[in-house]
Design a protein around this ligand. Sequence first.
Ligand SMILES: Cc1cc2nc3c(=O)[nH]c(=O)nc-3n(C[C@H](O)[C@H](O)[C@H](O)COP(=O)(O)O)c2cc1C
Length: 178
Amino acid sequence: MKLNEIIKNRVSVKKYLNEKIDTSMILELLDDAVYAPNHKMREPWRFILIDQERKNVLKQAWINQSGTIEPQVEKKFDNVFSAPMVITFVMKLNQNYNDEIEDLQAVAALIQNFMLLAYERGLGTAWKTPGFIELDGFKEALGIQTDEIIADLVMVGKPEKFPEPKPRIPAKDKVSIY
Ligand SMILES: Cc1cc2nc3c(=O)[nH]c(=O)nc-3n(C[C@H](O)[C@H](O)[C@H](O)COP(=O)(O)O)c2cc1C
């Protein structure tokens, strides 16, 4: 598939087959994805892979930290962690606000790289930023340091099916020639 076809056909996948995803393949894809542009080569990211076997360990660690999880938050967690694998994209906080915005953009570029590479291999993905990624109990359960944030989660797995891509407004409708 050509790159423009990969870009246009990648879609957010909600439902996944219950098939384990090979960690070595994910590492391979991430190893390519880290060639994303990032200012001053800060490479402000690290990754935590959570598969179906470990998701209940994570949930229990979170309950141990917080005492309880609100039912609607637990529902959200179960929904995101219904994927065979969830990748947590952890970003190092930056003392400088502008640098931090650059770093968030670099992480986003890396995630898009990853999702396109995954799609090329027949994997589905979905980018997620649920509110619970900011909760102390969840962050502590995952081992997030005080100088880090969870930037994003990405669900990964073999899709039940790839949905149709959502149409976009053509760029020419948003272009003015200066
Ligand atoms: C920074 C960012 C955060 C997102 N967070 C969520 C989210 O929390 N929940 C969700 O369902 N989709 C989330 N998405 C996915 C978008 O909703 C999705 O990409 C968009 O609807 C376009 O659909 P497509 O990915 O199928 O092209 C997020 C996307 C981005 C770029």
